[in-house]
Design a protein around this ligand. Sequence first.
Ligand code: FAD
Ligand code: NAP
Length: 495
Amino acid sequence: MGQYSGDSHADEEVYDLICVGFGPASLAIAIATREMLPDGRQPNVLFLERQQQFVWHSGMLLPGSKMQISFIKDLATLRDPRSEFTFLNYLKEKDRLLDFINLGTFLPLREEYNDYMQWCASKFADVVSYGETVTLVEPVKSAAGTVNRFVVHSKVGGIEERRLARHVVVAVGGRPVLPKPLAVYHPRIVHSSQYSSRVPQALANPDAAYRIAVIGAGQSAAEVFSDVSSRYPSASTTLFIRGDALKPSDDSPFVNEIFNPSATDKFFQTSPEQRRQQLTENRATNYSVVRLELIERIYHDLYVQRLRDPSGATWKMSLQNHTQVTGLESSSSDKHVTLRMQRRDDGVDTVEDREFDLVIVATGYARDMHQELLAPTRELLQDSAPGAQFPIARDYSVQFADGKVSADAGIYLQGCNETTHGLSDTLLSVLAVRAGEVVDSIFNKQSSNGHSNGHSNGHSNGHSNGHASKVQLGSKKIDSVNGNGHNSAISNGYH
Ligand SMILES: Cc1cc2nc3c(=O)[nH]c(=O)nc-3n(C[C@H](O)[C@H](O)[C@H](O)COP(=O)(O)OP(=O)(O)OC[C@H]3O[C@@H](n4cnc5c(N)ncnc54)[C@H](O)[C@@H]3O)c2cc1C
Ligand SMILES: NC(=O)c1ccc[n+]([C@@H]2O[C@H](COP(=O)([O-])OP(=O)(O)OC[C@H]3O[C@@H](n4cnc5c(N)ncnc54)[C@H](OP(=O)(O)O)[C@@H]3O)[C@@H](O)[C@H]2O)c1
């Protein structure tokens, strides 16, 4: 239990809610908090984000890459189509509504959707602290012996901060995953999540005849393969996949109903075994699949090579299937990587070592960062064994053992509940509705317990350095070691 045990800190500021991470999930919560609660009942809320500004998967904002979801499933419409925060209102304010209609699409560029979310985020500048990485969430016991608040520990420019909150939402997204032989730091091995920032550093000359490997068969791998081939037209670029072929994502209408908000209820109510079956059955809506139009574009590019040079001698792009990376050779230098690759073709295995100037690993994400952040709260669970799942209720709250946490406090998880809430959980699909459910669960509970309303978070204060929240909301922020200098060297990407 944290060092704040007991009520010796009764005079310190206690936030009603601290959200860890300010990606789309938390942004939707910010919007719902502002829109759902009656005027005069603006709670004391703070969002902590490790990046220096709101940006949505910056390493993959590739030119021309499109959304994989209708813009109508934006951060507000499905909860309240009249919200000020709809994508359509964004277009209207940016004076592009009619031009967008003329595009005739439901799928904006990722670049535009990122701009939409930045536009939304800019309206919450006074309640977000950017450049701040949360490191741990600790429970605090009241004098009565139940946990009634949490200490949120964070680091900002190497300096530690601590704040108290009754509720904590953990919405930290995914952690890049690299397969075992490649899960080491090497300047020429890059996960797709860092593609845009690290590749230009590693390969400085766009005209050089580099040897580039891309690994994976999902949307990230396909987008990176296509993009890197056009950025480095003289390079030889090979896409290595384990399976037979690139497969299309299923976004057909009947299947797509699993992403309806109402499907979350159904999924949650089924048995764990049925849930597992459904996740497997519908996996091709999201994982290890590529949008058909991109598959067709890649096929077209490979075909044109064949047309122009039947011998294959000058081909720059290639796809090699049935191939796995089994090792990283010690001969690898800072400028090259030698991979041991195993290929199974017609039942025959061949192993070869191949040298590359760059390896881009597009092998997906794991959503388990909450386990580490919440480690001190594990002792409050019924099953507190290391590695046991944090049990989650339908309203996304962690189910602590009876009597351990008081009714007006709690922890909520977002984006890591696929096994209980379904495939939409990691996506944008239900964010508007889900944010409403979380806000309802936290603040209606609070009001029924007579807690915390009437706080003002004064949205009018236009601070731009992300620290306004502390001035605005954290008037008695605990143990503030540092009130400025948050812009120094903090990781603003993954890791
Ligand atoms: C390239 C790419 C494109 C995608 N496109 C789509 C799409 O078109 N449609 C769709 O439905 N889904 C898409 N997805 C899925 C994606 O998960 C969701 O779009 C969305 O990003 C989920 O939002 P989130 O807030 O849960 O997570 P994230 O967007 O990952 O946001 C989490 C935030 O938490 C911050 N953070 C992490 N750890 C800490 C910490 N310790 N302290 C403070 N801050 C922290 C991160 O910096 C980040 O800003 C895409 C995913 C990728 C990788
Ligand atoms: N424009 C967009 O909207 C966009 C762009 C990119 C990503 N996304 C989204 O981001 C999410 C993640 O997509 P993603 O493509 O990053 O990940 P993903 O769908 O999980 O795909 C990971 C790929 O890595 C491969 N892989 C895993 N381990 C491997 C290993 N040891 N060796 C070789 N290959 C291995 C998998 O191979 P197998 O197929 O053999 O299992 C799979 O093809 C999805 O929701 C996706 O829709 C969206």
